[in-house]
Design a protein around this ligand. Structure first.
Ligand code: HEC
Ligand code: HEC
Ligand code: HEC
Ligand code: HEC
Length: 352
């Protein structure tokens, strides 16, 4: 026992000494087989700052699930109707803490952010949006475990104490340009934050996170029809890949062996998670965000009149797992999906 502890101390010391070798503050972590050169680079200062900013709010005490349901007690409850009164109250208090700005004026403060004097009334758009968000959060946690695993999400994953999450996207029509033969720039040559300040296409989201355009660009053989994708198409794919890397704070080798981008057998398990993430973001946008377009006031829409939408940054905010994998969702069964209805007692087999 003592020897094991001493060994740990020696290991800790030697890794501390080795870490000291990297003067630049950039740490390299191997994440592929030895010899493949697959390593992820982390800027230690950036990670320390992100970690400090990723502290979770306190968890409120669990609420008893017995008694009449919110659907029975209240007048206008459409999503959380399966919860007990205590669970329902816990959710209302928690969403107030996670989403409503602390410095809101009195008519917008706390419950008033979503509610007018009559709590059953749906006149504030914020309440109608919040109802859709409750449904979306439950669906992410119950239907998208291929991506969020049991870590899951709560409103806090995206909102972090703000009414409007720090990262969302609108369609970007790009700067105006002259008409004529050079008019179509395919969204290029305008450094954009979306594409990591490259001059790759500046809106990689509409084709891939709203529409279902093909992302794959590499053919399996040469000649004939094998490689039908143009350089232009490949640039859209690269633009999405730069966004994915930036939003996770990783480089391409976190998912790919760069000698064979398309080959799944040489990719990391994270690439599979990312594949599901692309489909999840697309579904969140089409099923939840787009249908809210008419609900938001016009001044909250984008320049083309579209609603704010989700991309990888909305949850990840620069980190490989949102909040470094810390989870509030495990403490909020109310947001993990509808409560399982108790199985009906099986009919007693008729005795012949
Ligand atoms: C971020 C928006 C939001 C905030 C903040 C909020 N609520 Fe709600 N509230 C809702 C939504 C959405 C519903 C409807 C839920 C559903 O349909 O499942 C609701 C429904 C209710 C109802 C049921 C009313 C009825 O008869 O239909 C009560 C009671 C309630 N909220 C109380 C509160 C209290 C108390 C607070 C402050 C601690 C609060 N809410 C804060 C969004 C919010
Ligand atoms: C996957 C990320 C995500 C999650 C999870 C999420 N939201 Fe949102 N929410 C958004 C986005 C994106 C918007 C639109 C932002 C904009 O208008 O620019 C939004 C907008 C809102 C608004 C409107 C704010 C305003 O003032 O216009 C409310 C209210 C809201 N969310 C409540 C919630 C609640 C409550 C939960 C948890 C039950 C939740 N959200 C979970 C992404 C999320
Ligand atoms: C978080 C994981 C992840 C990161 C980081 C990542 N990719 Fe990808 N990449 C994927 C996934 C998933 C696909 C397949 C997408 C699909 O088919 O829906 C893909 C597909 C591709 C393709 C198309 C391969 C084919 O089949 O034709 C190329 C090229 C590519 N990535 C390049 C890059 C580059 C360059 C970077 C760094 C700037 C990068 N990727 C970073 C996950 C990642
Ligand atoms: C709704 C929130 C949400 C969105 C949107 C989202 N993710 Fe995630 N992602 C998560 C959560 C939560 C986890 C942690 C799951 C776990 O603990 O294994 C995760 C994990 C991952 C991982 C695994 C990291 C690892 O080291 O194991 C990858 C890769 C990833 N996400 C890529 C993406 C990409 C790429 C996108 C955009 C196309 C995206 N995510 C969009 C919530 C989200």
């Amino acid at each position: 026992m003592i020897r094991a502890t001493r060994l740990l101390v020696v290991l800790a010391l030697s890794s501390a000494l080795l870490a000291g070798c990297s003067k630049s503050g950039v740490e390299s972590v191997q994440n592929g087989y030895r010899g493949t050169g697959m390593a992820t680079l982390y800027d230690k200062d950036r990670v320390a700052a992100q970690y400090a900013a990723s502290q979770l709010p306190a968890v409120s005490p669990a609420a008893p699930g017995e008694g009449p349901t919110a659907g029975q007690i209240y007048q206008n409850v459409k999503v959380l109707d399966d919860l007990s009164a205590a669970e329902f109250a816990r959710v209302m208090l928690s969403i107030t803490e996670w989403v409503v700005p602390k410095d809101a004026p009195p008519e917008q403060a706390a419950c008033n952010y979503c509610h007018s004097a009559n709590l059953a009334d749906d006149s504030k758009y914020q309440k109608v949006v919040a109802r859709k968000m409750l449904q979306m959060t439950r669906d992410i946690n119950s239907k998208w475990q291929t991506h969020v695993a049991s870590t899951g999400v709560t409103c806090y994953t995206c909102h972090r104490g703000n009414a409007v999450p720090a990262y969302a996207w609108f369609k970007d029509p790009g700067p105006g340009h002259q008409s004529g033969i050079i008019a179509t720039r395919a969204g290029q040559n305008t450094p954009s934050l979306a594409a990591g300040l490259t001059s790759l296409p500046y809106d990689p989201f509409t084709p891939f996170l709203l529409n279902d355009e093909p992302i794959r660009v590499e053919g399996k053989s040469i000649g004939g029809d094998a490689n039908r994708s143009s350089i232009k198409q490949a640039e859209w794919t690269y633009s999405l890949m730069v966004h994915m890397s930036e939003s996770l704070g990783v480089n391409c080798a976190y998912c790919h062996n760069t000698r064979a981008w398309s080959d799944w057998s040489q990719s990391t398990p994270q690439r599979v998670t990312a594949w599901h993430g692309i489909r999840m973001a697309r579904e969140l946008n089409n099923q939840y965000m787009v249908p809210l377009t008419e609900t938001f006031p016009a001044n909250r829409l984008g320049v083309t009149g579209d609603v704010a939408k989700v991309n990888c940054s909305t949850c990840h905010q620069g980190v490989y797992k949102p909040m470094f994998g810390a989870s509030l969702a495990k403490d909020y069964p109310e947001l993990r999906g509808r409560k399982a209805t108790p199985a009906a007692t099986p009919p007693v087999a008729a005795v012949p």
